[in-house]
Design a protein around this ligand. Structure first.
Ligand code: ADP
Length: 619
């Protein structure tokens, strides 16, 4: 017998699991059954690809003993584990879902055991209900079996053993917390709740008393009964399934506490045959904005599980979608490389994207309340689609929503178009840090006066996306913080006249600011502020430059902004009237800095800024 020490991470983990999951200890059964089901998937796959037909039905068996020494046994005839695999898989957590589970927990979640119960925590959860766990396993294709055994503290042992079938048998020696699970009704109830749709039959063995006509016990009878439905849910017809069936399947398979927002079950027949079942989670998955997000879509071929780790099944902007794709036409031994170039897969993917987008559209038309919940979570990834998925750009433009100066809540571009004034020539927008702050922008005053709606774009990617898209139907998007936006409102003559009038002032300020500005312009659109910064039509906005800098990308040469000044502002008038060079210099600099601050850009040299401000105030 070999004695071994767990890797330290395992001991820490065991401790944490046992304590934080305490109020959800029953999930151990879900975890062990789902491991067994994975092992059966792998065995089935092996047999089919190697051309062997299974010599026995693939199944999971559960049995228990009552009395003083209560045990619970979960056994499968799946792929099994070799001696080394037992060590690897159960002696370290390097591969296990448990590790990911821990990494994903926030501090709040660690304190909220209600949430914790929903994650996949893996094999080690067995130690919540057992003093000792024995795993006896015989790997597929091997004749020898090995027994792994541990009390869940620091050590485990491995020794040679006997097992009369390929697969794995796990015996739990139940502790006080676990003894309630050595019970037929408890087990049946938990399997129904968590594992009903496991694609393999789960059998429960139990002894039942037999009675004579006077209800005296005459003996016991040993029974073995299937306790789950064992049909992959998506293969059943829609009419046979209730909303609860769909929702339970979702919650159990993707470990969510909440029902999904909605689901889409499609069977496609014809040139390519496949079934898809997609779910939209009510809350965006926690890793939606992580570069290493986990794919939420599982691929099956003819009901055989292939992978849940293939991000190409849907485009990345739909990474929040959970679900299943089950194809009739792919080969079972499809590799990742084949998948990525496979025509069948490409067809399924394209059709799935179209289907999802058209269902989103339907929802927007038919159930606006639900759609706004959807948008609260997924507007941003859909916007990513605008620059990723050229083929579906029009559909996506119909789906994304924006905040605006004219409506509370969200507006679609179509609704904006409807509300446009008769002579309006473009869709006006202002992008910035967040839409609430944007509402206060001085640039909006003129549009408000003219009754023109401006979209307030508060997502960091809006600028990029919109400048990439350029147009909605025949309407151009125009950023109101770009210099050209005014051309729609000023006649060339008026512009020239105003320029003439303020020529002296403009030159004075430009001279004072030097190359801190690209240009100084007198503005007719500012009523309640002294100045604003804008950018040339083809220059990146001040905010965009900041964003790229924050991401560590020196994509742009630093582009100086254009300063628009309001000639009727009292402070600007002072500059115009002053012949004191040092006042003009300080005041112009303050004018620029305050306009930048309003954009969220802080002065490069705060001490210098404070000194100038102080000199002005003192005067
Ligand atoms: P996870 O299942 O998330 O990887 P676990 O801690 O539950 O993490 O299991 C660790 C590994 O042990 C599994 O990935 C699998 O390789 C192996 N394993 C667990 N149970 C079985 C089983 N019944 N049959 C075969 N292998 C198993």
């Amino acid at each position: 017998m070999e004695k071994r020490q767990f890797k330290t991470e395992v001991s820490d983990l065991l401790h944490l699991i046992i304590h934080s999951l305490y109020s959800h200890k029953e999930i151990f059964l879900r975890e062990l059954v789902s491991n067994a089901s994975d092992a059966l998937d792998k065995a089935k796959y092996k047999m089919l690809t190697e051309g062997n037909s299974p010599d026995q039905e693939l199944r999971i068996d559960i049995s228990f003993t009552e009395g003083d020494k209560r045990t619970l046994t979960i056994s499968d005839n799946g792929i099994g584990m070799t001696h080394d695999e037992l060590n690897e898989n159960l002696g370290t957590i390097a591969h296990s879902g448990t590790k990911q589970f821990l990494a994903n927990l926030t501090q709040d979640q660690k304190q909220n055991s209600n949430l914790i119960g929903q994650f996949g925590v893996g094999f080690y959860s067995a130690f919540m209900v057992a003093d000792k766990v024995e795993v006896t396993s015989r790997a597929y294709g091997s004749t020898e079996a090995w027994k792994w055994s541990s009390d869940g503290h620091e050590k485990y042992t491995i020794e040679e053993a006997q097992l009369d079938h390929t697969g794995t048998q796990i015996v739990l020696y139940l502790n006080d917390e676990g003894k309630e699970y050595a019970n037929r009704w408890q087990i049946e109830q938990l399997i129904k709740q968590y594992s009903d749709h496991i694609a393999y039959p789960i059998f429960l063995a139990y002894d039942q008393n037999t009675y004579d006509d006077k209800y005296n016990v005459t003996g016991t009878e040993h029974k073995v009964e299937q306790i789950n439905t064992a049909a992959a849910l998506w293969t059943r017809s829609k009419s046979e399934l209730t909303e609860k069936d769909y929702n339970d399947f979702y919650k159990n398979s993707w470990y969510d506490t909440e029902d999904p927002l909605f689901y889409i079950h499609t069977k496609a027949e014809g040139a390519t045959e496949y079934t898809t079942l997609f779910y939209i989670p009510t809350k965006a998955p926690a890793d939606m904005y992580h570069a290493d997000y986990k794919s939420g879509v599982k691929l099956y071929v003819k009901r055989v599980y292939i992978t849940d780790d293939e991000k190409e099944l849907l485009p990345s902007y739909l990474r929040f979608v959970r679900g299943i794709i089950d194809s009739e036409d792919l080969p079972l031994n499809v590799s990742r490389e084949i998948l990525q170039q496979n025509r069948v897969m490409a067809n399924i993917r394209n059709a799935s994207v179209k289907k999802l987008l058209s269902e989103f559209k339907k929802l927007a038309d038919q159930n606006p309340d639900l759609y706004s919940k959807f948008i609260e979570q997924y507007n941003r990834p859909l916007k990513e689609g605008l620059y990723q998925d050229f083929a579906n750009r029009d559909e996506l433009l119909g789906l994304v929503r924006f905040k605006s100066t004219s409506v509370d809540g969200w507006t679609s571009l179509d609704a904006y178009k409807e509300r446009m004034t008769a002579d309006q020539k473009a869709i006006y927008y202002l992008a910035g840090a967040d839409s609430e702050a944007l509402k206060k922008s001085p640039l909006l005053a003129m549009y408000r006066e003219k009754g023109i709606e401006v979209l307030l774009m508060g997502d960091d990617i809006d600028d990029l996306v919109i400048s990439g898209v350029g147009k909605f139907k025949d309407l151009e998007f125009k950023a109101i913080n770009k210099s050209g936006a005014m051309d729609d409102f000023e006649s060339a003559d008026d512009k020239k006249k105003a320029e003439e009038e303020n020529k002296g002032l403009v030159e004075k300020v430009k001279k004072a600011l030097g190359d801190r500005v690209k240009e100084v312009k007198s503005s007719t659109r500012l009523s309640d502020v002294a100045a604003v910064v804008v950018t040339d039509d083809y220059d990146p906005t001040v905010r965009m430059q900041q964003l790229f800098k924050a991401m560590g990308q020196d994509t742009f040469e630093k582009v100086a902004p254009i300063l628009e000044i309001n000639p009727s502002d009292p402070f600007v008038k002072r500059i115009a009237d002053s012949s004191d060079d040092s006042f003009v210099s300080d005041a112009s600099s303050i004018l620029l800095d305050q306009a930048l601050i309003a954009e969220g850009v802080l002065p490069e040299d705060p001490a210098e800024f404070a000194a100038k401000l102080h000199r002005i105030l003192a005067q």
